[in-house]
Design a protein around this ligand. Structure first.
Ligand SMILES: [Zn+2]
Length: 157
């Protein structure tokens, strides 16, 4: 697994204390995460990260309750892999409309979105949209982007 910040391929796993806030509601828990041996930033590890996110959702829902329809959005909002921004719905759809103005293939759209967010994250340490990105074989794409695009279609955006 490669560090997105410094490019190192050396990493280690350790217990990490998560302090997450969503809409003023706080949760704390400890879960194993992967870190870069060189710069000590978090390194994406699909298995560990999914386990940590599931843990966060379970704790959050037990503590604050949940509307089942909102689970997918909570999944994204609680993640620390979204560039430390709360998910910004308006910015997501504005970005999609900007890139898709003259028509665009879905695969190209999601890659454009990644580069816009990633460049912004590198420069300012926060992403534009707050979306998290899944590392798939064909490159990074926003996690659950199908759901987002379908939602945009449904609402006529
Ligand atoms: Zn690193």
């Amino acid at each position: 697994m490669r560090c997105d910040i410094c490019g190192s391929r050396n990493s280690y796993v350790k217990d990490y204390e998560h302090n997450l806030t969503r809409k003023g509601n706080k949760i704390n828990f400890v879960a194993k995460r992967r870190f870069c041996s060189n710069c000590h930033n978090l390194v994406y590890d699909r298995v560990l990260d999914n386990a940590a996110i599931k843990e966060a959702i379970t704790i959050y829902n037990n503590k604050y309750g949940v509307n089942k329809d909102e689970i997918n959005l909570k999944y994204m909002e609680l993640s620390e892999f979204n560039g430390y921004m709360e998910l910004d719905r308006d910015k997501i759809f504005n970005m999609i409309l900007y890139f898709a103005e003259e028509g665009i293939l879905k695969t190209k759209l999601v890659k454009e979105m990644f580069y816009a967010d990633f460049i912004n994250f590198k420069n300012t340490a926060v992403s534009i949209t707050g979306l998290e990105y899944a590392k798939l074989n064909f490159g990074p794409v926003p996690d659950q982007y199908e759901m987002i695009l379908n939602k945009g279609l449904e609402e006529g955006i």
